[in-house]
Write a protein that binds this ligand. Structure first.
Ligand SMILES: [Fe+2]
Length: 208
């Protein structure tokens, strides 16, 4: 039973991107909706088990399996929202010279170009996962991370600024598996740097 607390899939108007076809996006939106649905289903099943106020011994195996899947489904949902949310058909390629993101990247990596080389390098890593640029809210520092599947490698409390899906489903209808560099190039052409800029926190923030 869905409740008011259930997640609902968000809508993204992304048709007409550079180098990422509408067909890919439509398929990808359906996959994303599956993560939203599975997040709700897991939550409902766990909630049903808790209805009597305890987890019985015989419930423990099923309860454990459902709970272990939460990280996969929740992160699958949320990371796709960051990913679709940081793209636009009006991409400008790289952030403006005065952008806070560019300045934070330069402060953390020496230059924006070095940050970009690292992010692209992570996107090229073999395997199924994501390249994510995070910001540490405690000191404003940026760091790029490889995330296996959806849940392995995320840094607790860090803010995702730029999220790139490099599962093959993100580009296989448009490029061959070995053509991932072309997909990454297309992704950069479509980045919504205004959205990324809104995610950046300027200066040191909360302590940890
Ligand atoms: Fe995906």
């Amino acid at each position: 039973m869905l409740t008011s607390a259930s997640y609902k899939p968000r809508q993204f108007d992304l048709s007409g991107l550079v180098g990422i076809s509408d067909r890919t996006l439509e398929m990808h939106f359906k996959l994303y909706e599956g993560y939203v649905q599975n997040t709700n289903v897991l939550t409902e099943k766990i909630s049903a088990m808790l209805a009597d106020g305890k987890i019985d011994h015989e419930e423990m195996p099923a309860y454990s399996e459902l709970t272990r899947r939460l990280g996969f489904e929740y992160n699958g949902m949320v990371l796709h929202e960051y990913y679709f949310g940081n793209m636009t058909r009006r991409g400008i390629g790289d952030p403006a010279q005065q952008a806070a993101f560019r300045q934070a990247a330069a402060a953390s990596f020496g230059s924006y170009d070095t940050w970009r080389a690292d992010f692209v390098g992570i996107g090229m890593m073999r395997g199924v996962g994501w390249a994510i640029c995070y910001q540490d809210p405690a000191n404003g520092r940026l760091s790029n991370h490889w995330i296996s599947l959806h849940e392995i490698g995320n840094v607790s409390g860090f803010t995702p600024l730029l999220v790139m899906d490099v599962w093959e489903h993100a580009f296989l209808l448009d490029y061959k598996p070995a053509e991932r560099p072309k997909y990454i190039e297309a992704f950069f052409a479509n980045i919504d740097w205004n959205v990324v800029e809104e995610r950046v926190r300027v200066g040191a923030g909360a302590s940890r």
